[in-house]
Ligand binder design. Structure first.
Ligand SMILES: Cc1cc2nc3c(=O)[nH]c(=O)nc-3n(C[C@H](O)[C@H](O)[C@H](O)COP(=O)(O)OP(=O)(O)OC[C@H]3O[C@@H](n4cnc5c(N)ncnc54)[C@H](O)[C@@H]3O)c2cc1C
Length: 580
């Protein structure tokens, strides 16, 4: 059964970015807005964010948006667009105050201001040493942001469609965006949501890799849907590995531990980051620290020769750990049987954050080919590539990106809806989605999706992870493509309609495979090392040839991937060699 709904504006995703946009849309009189989310909104991955959200508030020491912008540009390995970065760092200050006024319970300084702590790559005086810039609510910052935004949405009467999985984007015959198709999880019914403007705020795709900090639901649906509809993806080769995931589980141990003074140590007990980043040490940017950890492990200095090192917080004392990092202490006790007050934590790098995604301008308008606006389509948050993170994101800049660009997206969509008309739906808007699902449900004998997913994750972890080579990635691409072929033979055990998470997981695997393929293609193509993209066969950054964004497009399902480029926007920060 197919249902149809009509709105002015739709937000797909109930994480930080989507809810911030929804708050801004709902402030407009006479604008019908709905949020569609496959998860109950407060279960979104934003709720798992721990360490903080940054802004140059200067509550504890001198700080300026300009210093923040410099750090972000340098962190991005000069691939971030500087105009967008400047906007983000300037708007950070009023947006954090706005969150405080919405009721966000930040941790406080003794005199009652929002507390701030150091984080990787955030410095004073353009690189002179760590600065306290990250605002936090203990180690539950994302949880508090998500709850605060959700409560404000409820207060303002935002309409929610919870547990509705968007499976397709609807483009009108004249090319404008005019809605989405969603699968209602409880019933298996398809719904057509018809609207003037749609924002994707569907988050990241960390589930492409086997060791990941990302939730089960982070399957990149929004990125994959846009890609399937012929929209370019930008900078897909840049995927961040966070230095400190719990050994083998990947569960995140926030960088806030190092912000509070935690130290990384190898098997010899050495504080090895002194070798790699003499000034910032353990608080260098994530790409630098993750590579250093991997190198220590590869050189045989992992603990007992195994694939992990220690994160040592034992010198911080029980008061700091229990007071400022309570959830981390809990995770360690629960998952590891390790008490961080007394023992060091075994950690290894973990897949964490997509710098690439759907290209947008500074008002979240999607750029169909990386250059031209697709009217009515917006993207914000981790799904989008503005690009403020370039080749490597700094810690606490993502939560900031959500609230700054979530807000800007809401304002831009509201403005657009004032004058735009509702484009007519194309004939048979559900045709593609129906075909996808009937194919998935028609296979009677075959392989389970879980087996393919695991194989894909291992391939990507081994060969498209922190250290990459042409040879490894060529082989990875072949194996991913073989998995894409086998995907046609995936069997879904549950043929029913009610809460058929089996079929939805199989559909999500299709997304992950597409994203694994395009990530590998983009990574193979970029013959240099920059930020999170480290090639052992091209170890140096090459600004002459590669100071540009990658755009990958696939015109037809299963067709060749076309690669083009777009220049990086520079304003006042000249590219330099990065040293921390
Ligand atoms: C463990 C962890 C800790 C982190 N800590 C920090 C930190 O301290 N500071 C920081 O700045 N960043 C941190 N990050 C990164 C940051 O939290 C994320 O990048 C950010 O929360 C993503 O927010 P989002 O709104 O884009 O998406 P999400 O919060 O992931 O929300 C995505 C939403 O989209 C919906 N959705 C997805 N697909 C569909 C679909 N097909 N149909 C309908 N709805 C859909 C989901 O239901 C969900 O509501 C952390 C990330 C992780 C994983």
């Amino acid at each position: 059964m197919i249902h149809t709904h009509t709105y002015d504006a739709l937000v797909v995703g109930g994480g930080g970015a989507g809810l911030m946009t929804a708050i801004y849309l709902s402030r407009q009189p006479n604008l019908r807005t709905a949020v569609i989310s496959k998860l109950y909104p407060t279960r979104s991955h934003t709720g798992a964010a721990q360490g903080g959200v940054c802004a140059a508030l200067a509550n504890l020491e001198e700080d300026h948006p300009e210093w923040h912008a410099f750090d972000t540009v340098k962190g991005s390995d000069y691939l971030g667009d500087q105009d967008a970065i400047e906007i983000m760092c300037e708007e950070a200050v009023p947006v954090i105050i706005e969150l405080e006024h919405m009721g966000l319970p930040f941790s406080r300084t003794p005199d009652g201001k929002i507390a701030q702590r150091p984080f990787g790559g955030h410095t004073h005086h353009f690189g002179q040493g760590p600065v306290r810039r990250s605002c936090y609510a203990a180690d539950r910052t994302g949880h508090m942001i998500l709850q605060t935004l959700y409560q404000n949405c409820i207060k303002q009467g935002v309409e929610f469609y919870d547990e509705f999985q968007v499976v397709d984007l609807i483009l009108a015959d004249d090319g404008r965006c005019c809605g989405v198709v969603a699968w209602e999880v409880a019933t298996g019914d398809l719904h057509v949501f018809h609207a003037k403007a749609v924002e994707f705020a569907t988050g990241g795709f960390g589930r492409v890799w086997s060791i990941t900090s990302n939730a089960h639901a982070n399957t990149g649906d929004g990125v994959a849907i846009a890609y399937r509809r012929g929209i370019a993806l930008q900078d897909m080769e840049f995927y961040q590995f966070h230095p400190t995931g719990i050994y083998r589980l990947g569960i995140l141990i926030t960088e806030g531990v190092r912000g509070e003074g935690g130290i990384l140590r190898n098997d010899l007990g050495e504080r090895f980051m002194e070798k790699y980043a003499p000034t910032m040490k353990d608080l260098a940017s994530r790409d630098v620290v993750s590579r250093a950890i991997s190198k220590e492990i590869r050189d045989g200095r992992g603990i007992n020769g195994k694939k992990y090192v220690y994160l040592d917080a034992t010198h911080l004392g029980a008061e700091v750990i229990e007071g400022k990092l309570p959830d981390i202490a809990d995770f360690c006790r629960t998952y590891l049987g390790v008490d961080p007050v007394k023992d060091p934590m075994p950690i290894q790098p973990t897949a964490h954050y997509a710098m690439g995604g759907i290209p947008t301008d500074i008002d979240c308008r999607v750029l169909r080919d990386g250059r031209n606006v697709l009217p009515g389509f917006y993207a914000a948050g981790e799904v989008a590539c503005v690009s403020v993170h370039g080749a490597n994101r700094l810690g606490t800049n993502s939560l900031l990106d959500l609230v700054v660009f979530g807000r800007r997206g809401g304002l831009a969509m509201a403005e657009f809806c004032k004058t735009a008309d509702l484009p007519p739906l194309p004939r048979n808007p559900t045709e593609f989605a129906e075909a996808q699902f009937s194919k998935l449900l028609s296979v009677q004998k075959g392989e389970p999706a879980a087996r393919l997913r695991e194989e894909m994750q291992d391939v990507m972890q081994d060969d498209v992870g922190i250290y990459r080579t042409g040879e490894g990635m060529t082989s990875a691409l072949e194996r991913v493509r073989a998995l894409q072929k086998r995907f046609d033979g995936v069997v879904v055990g549950d043929k029913g309609t009610r809460y058929n998470t089996d079929v939805l997981e199989a559909w999500e695997l299709g997304n992950l495979l597409d994203l694994a393929e395009v990530t590998t293609v983009a990574a193979l193509n970029r013959t240099e090392s920059r930020g999170a993209h480290m090639r052992e066969d091209y170890e140096k950054r090459n600004d002459v040839e590669w100071m540009k964004h990658t755009l990958t497009t696939r015109a037809t399902e299963g067709g060749p991937i076309d690669i083009t480029y777009k220049p990086v926007t520079l304003t006042k920060f000249e590219p330099k060699e990065r040293v921390y």
